[in-house]
Ligand binder design. Structure first.
Ligand code: IYR
Length: 226
């Protein structure tokens, strides 16, 4: 690639004045501070184009060598959701019934979670996120991918942010192990299930654990060296 082809001017960037910067960040902080992981979903449908655009947002995430090592499987089909619920609950029965350490179960106690996952069928959408160990900047390539976990984590964070901005509730669900998703979603074995996002409107009377309201403040999470 010639030096002229290698770069293009940065487009669409405009510098904000400092008050506008403060306003934008405050508005985003205010909005995202209301985001909660929810486990009580309404079965009201969510139009597919909203899910598509949220995934487009996720697809803008930065990634190692721009290989975009992710694949999203968006599921609204009731039969597939039922299969996922069954497989997830089977894993969770083992998890809660002995596989998890006492320490882990103690940490989960304030969340009140158990092996029942009805939301996997109630919620209108499940989005299974897969991480690709190999790929490239274009589909069909077979190059090594880099910083796969970091990249897919960033894309998932942006997906959650996009869904929240549309007024949707999410749950970041990680039944372990998640191998069953590979088969149910028809993905290649070279991809690793990364997370299962549950997406929809909060149910009427939806409750969230008090524990999840505890947020560390700036001084606890930050060191400035300035
Ligand atoms: N996957 C289980 C257990 C679980 C683990 C963590 I770490 C959580 O933050 C929440 C749940 C479940 O979904 O119940």
């Amino acid at each position: 690639m010639s030096a002229e082809e290698k770069y293009v001017p940065l487009k669409g960037y405009s510098r904000l004045d400092e008050d506008a910067m403060r306003g934008e960040i405050e508005a985003l902080r205010e909005s995202l501070s209301k985001r909660r992981s929810i486990r009580m979903f309404s079965n009201d449908p969510v139009p597919r184009d909203i899910i598509e655009n949220a995934i487009r947002v996720a697809g803008t995430a930065p990634s190692g060598a721009n290989h975009q090592p992710w694949h999203f499987v968006a599921i609204s089909d009731p039969e597939t959701k039922r299969k996922i619920r069954e497989a997830a609950e089977e894993e969770e029965r083992e998890f809660y019934g002995g596989r998890a350490s006492e320490e882990w179960l103690d940490a989960l106690d304030p969340l009140g979670t158990d092996d029942h996952k009805p939301f996997l069928e109630t919620a209108p959408w499940l989005i299974a996120v897969f991480a690709q160990r190999r790929g490239g900047e274009k589909n069909g390539q077979d190059k090594k991918n880099y910083y796969v976990t970091e990249s897919v984590g960033l894309a998932t964070g942006m997906l959650i942010t996009a869904l929240h901005s549309a007024g949707l509730g999410t749950l970041t669900h990680t039944p372990a192990p998640m191998g069953f998703l590979t088969e149910i979603c028809g993905r290649p074995k070279t991809e690793k299930p990364f997370v299962l996002m549950v997406v929809g409107y909060p149910a009427e009377g939806c409750q969230v654990p008090t524990h999840a309201l505890i947020k560390k403040d700036l001084e606890e999470i930050t060191t400035f060296i300035d």
